[in-house]
Design a protein around this ligand. Sequence first.
Ligand code: NAP
Length: 431
Amino acid sequence: MGKGIELGFDYIDLELKTEDARRNEIINKAIESGVTTIVSHHDYIETPSSKDILFLMKQCLEADGDIAKVVTTAHEFMDGVDVILAGKEAKSQNLRFTVMGMGRFGYLTRFLGPVAGCEMVYASLERGEEAVYGQVDIQTLNSIRIKKINFESAVCGIIGFPLGHSLSPLMHNAGFKELNLNFVYIPMEFPEEQLGTALEGIRSLGFKGLSVTHPYKRAVMNYLDGIDERASDIGAVNTILNNEGEFIGYNTDSSGAVGALRDSGIDIWSGKDKTLIIGAGGAARAIGVPLAKAGWEIIVANRTPAKGKNLADMLNSHSSTTAISISEIGDAVSDINLLINCTPLGMKGYPSESPIPVNLLRKDITVFDMVYSPMRTPLLMAAEKVGAKVIYGHEMFVRQGVEAFELWTQGKAPVDVMRKVVMDELGEGSI
Ligand code: NAP
C-alpha cells in the first residue's frame, strides 16, 4: 500500500480491519503525500440495516479515511434499497463515502450510486470481466448516463421477471439525454415473491415512475393508490406515475397499440371491421378492449381455450366476440380485415415461427405483430411477401414509451430520437 503512495496514485484503499498501527502508518504517509485515503468495510455475508451501514461508514471515517466505502452482499431487492437509503442519509450528513452491494441484487446500488450521493462508482471495463458478482460494466453505466446523474436526479425504471434485454432503458435514457433532463431510467428484475416489498422499497426511494412488464402487469394493481379508468377497464397496468407520493397505474400499451393502428391508416373509432386477435394475455386485453368499445367484431384464438373464452366474455359486453381454438383459425380468417398477434411467437428467445399458417395470409388483411424484437418476425415477413399491409411491434413499443415518458416528465417526448435508438438497436436503421 505504501508502494502505491510512492508510485503517485491519487487514491489508496485500505480495509477498516487493517491492524491499527499499520493503518495509521499508511494514512500518515498518505496525508504527507496528499493522497486521498478510502477506508473500506466489506460484508461478504449480508446487508446490514441502513442504520448499521451508516454506522459502518462513520467507523471508516473515524479511522481517518477521507472517504468511507461500505460494500455489502445483497440477497434481495430490499437489500439494495437499504444500501441506497444509507447513502442518502450519509449524504444529508455531508459525509464523504461510497456504498454498494455485491451479488445478484447489487445492481440497484450500482445504477443509483450517484443518486445516493456516492463520491465514486466502480465498474468493469468490459461486460463479463466484472471484479465481483453484481458489478456492472462501464458501457451499461454509460448508457444510463452515470456521470450526469446525481443526488437530485428523478429516478424511473422498469420492473419484470425475467426482464431479458429490455429496450426501455435505452429508449427512455436517450429521451432524457436529448432533452437534457436530470432523469435516469434503470432495469429492475426480481421474482414474484418480492413484488410487494420491492414496490415498498421503490416508494421509499421516491421513484418518479415505473414501467411494468411481464409478469407483473396485473399483480402490480394490488399495490397502487389509484388506477386510471383505461387501465382499470383493461385490467392491466404497464406504467406507474408517482403523483406527489401516490402511485397511480396507467395502461399505455393500449393507446400505443391504437396509435400504431391509427398511424398506419386504421382509425378504430371511425371504421368498424372484423379482427382476429391471437392470444389472450395482457397485450390482447390492451387492444381488445378499445376495439370492442369501438364496436369491432372480434375473434379471439388462444392456445389455452379457457383463457381465450374469458377474454371473449369480457369483450362481449361491448361488442360481438367469439372465442375459437387455434385449429379453427383457417375458417376464421376468411372474412377478417385485421390480424393481431398478441403472443410471443416469433420473439427472440421463443420459437421463431408464425402464430398462424402463413398460407392463410392475404393481401387484403392488415397484419399487426406486437412482437418487436426482431422487428421483422416470421409472421410479418410472410405478410409482406403476399403484399399485405404490416404494422411493426416497435411502433406500439415506441408509442407506449412516449406516453409514459410524457406522464413522468410532464413535457413533450423527443419521439424521433426514441424511435431511432430503438430501431438502431434492432439493427433496422430507418424503414
Ligand atoms: P402474456 O400476458 O403472458 O400473454 C401471452 C399470450 O401468448 C397468452 O395468450 C399465451 O397463451 C400466448 N402464448 C404464450 N406462448 C405461446 C406459444 N408458445 N404458443 C402460442 N401461444 C402462446 O403476455 P403479453 O403481455 O400479453 O405479451 C404478449 C406479447 O406481446 C409478447 O411477445 C410481448 O413482448 C408483446 N408485447 C409487445 C408490446 C409492444 O409495445 N410492442 C407491448 C406489450 C406486449 P396461453 O393463455 O395459452 O398461455
